[in-house]
Write a protein that binds this ligand. Structure first.
Ligand code: PBG
Length: 337
């Protein structure tokens, strides 16, 4: 052993030199996360406000309540919010008409927020029918088919109507999350025809059929009653297909591309970063949030460090922006600095 030690040459290259002190580490750090990289998601309801089961710290807000929450977020340095609507079961229908009701929770919240904050806050809205349909699917089930088929083309005008209702109420950006083919060009056309050429599209371009949406479906009351979403959301086994989806949405006029979920799909974020010049957005979904909260609650890990590490992993993979339910809490508690 001693002989061996004597013969071992000293390493020439020592990466540890660049880790020696906090100041050196700070100097050579590659990825970082600032408030402007974060988008905070919010649930806005036509019913009663309250905590979302399975997502400790996340609430459903009334439009008024949301305004107060957004004000606090602005004070923390957040500049972008993604809004989801929640309507009571009796307002849901086969075609989800409540999705484009100008008096619905999302348009109401948009008008209030625009009035209160002007252009200080980027208002983004989720465009999808699943929270508004009585069957809970993101599109319309075909009435002709003998098995459950979500009809692509007859869904598109309904999504366009929803995007228009949001644009008219003041959305900066609409974010279609339905995964119907051709919906970005449909939305682009409908917005342009109605004089909303300045409203952007953040496409959920690469959205996988994922187990990590569980708590969200509880929050939005949007779980499908029959069947699942695998005939329209992507298969987790596929990597190449993500590039196809991203390419199509970019060609159809998307302004930003999203990958969802984030943590289990860092390879996809990295691929899109390399393949596209559009901003890439990672959506760290409800199940990712719930997983960290649950682990922290039993003392299995340090929540602050784990949140920082996971958000950084998404930025390091190539995401320009990250949507996270932890956004406001992480900034308030100083977890990211
Ligand atoms: C609507 C939609 C979903 C999410 C965002 N938009 C649910 C789904 O597709 O089932 C999930 C977000 C989350 O889990 O945080 N289609």
């Amino acid at each position: 052993m001693t002989a061996l030690l004597e013969r071992t040459p000293a390493p020439l290259v020592r990466p540890r030199r660049s880790r020696a002190t906090a100041a050196v580490r700070e100097m050579v750090a590659e990825a970082f996360i600032a408030p402007r990289h974060l988008i905070a998601p919010y649930f806005v309801t036509a019913g009663a406000a309250g905590e979302v089961p399975g997502m400790p710290g996340v609430r459903r807000h009334t439009a008024d309540g949301l305004l107060r929450e957004l004000e606090r977020s602005l004070e923390l340095g957040l500049r972008a919010a993604l809004l989801f609507g929640v309507v009571p079961a009796e307002e849901k229908s086969y075609a989800g008409e409540a999705a484009h009701d100008a008096a619905g929770p999302v348009p109401s919240a948009l008008r209030l927020a625009r009035q209160a904050f002007g252009d200080d806050l980027v208002l983004i809205t989720d465009v999808c029918l699943c929270g508004y349909t009585d069957h809970g699917h993101c599109g319309l089930p075909s009435k002709a088919a003998s098995r459950l088929v979500i009809d692509n083309d007859s869904t598109l005008p309904h999504l366009a109507a929803m995007a228009l209702a949001h644009a008219e109420a003041g959305a900066d950006i609409v974010a279609p999350s339905d995964m119907m083919d051709g919906r970005v060009s449909w939305l682009r056309g409908a917005l342009d025809d109605a004089g909303h050429g300045g409203v952007g599209i953040l496409s959920y371009a690469v959205k996988y059929a994922s187990a990590f949406y569980g708590p969200f479906r509880e929050a939005a009351g949007s779980a499908p009653g029959e069947g699942d979403r695998r005939s329209y959301q992507m298969d987790p086994r596929n990597r190449r297909e993500a590039r196809l989806e991203a390419k199509l949405d970019a060609a159809e006029g998307a302004d930003l591309l999203m990958v969802k979920p984030a943590l289990a799909y860092l390879d996809i974020i990295s691929d899109l970063r390399a393949a596209s010049d559009l901003p890439v957005v990672a959506y760290s979904v409800s199940g990712e949030y719930a997983m960290l909260k649950a682990a922290a609650a039993v003392g299995a890990l340090d929540e602050a460090a784990a949140v920082r590490e996971t958000l950084l992993s998404m930025r390091r993979a190539g995401a320009d922006l990250v949507i996270s339910y932890h956004a406001a809490e992480a900034l308030r508690a100083g977890w990211l600095s």
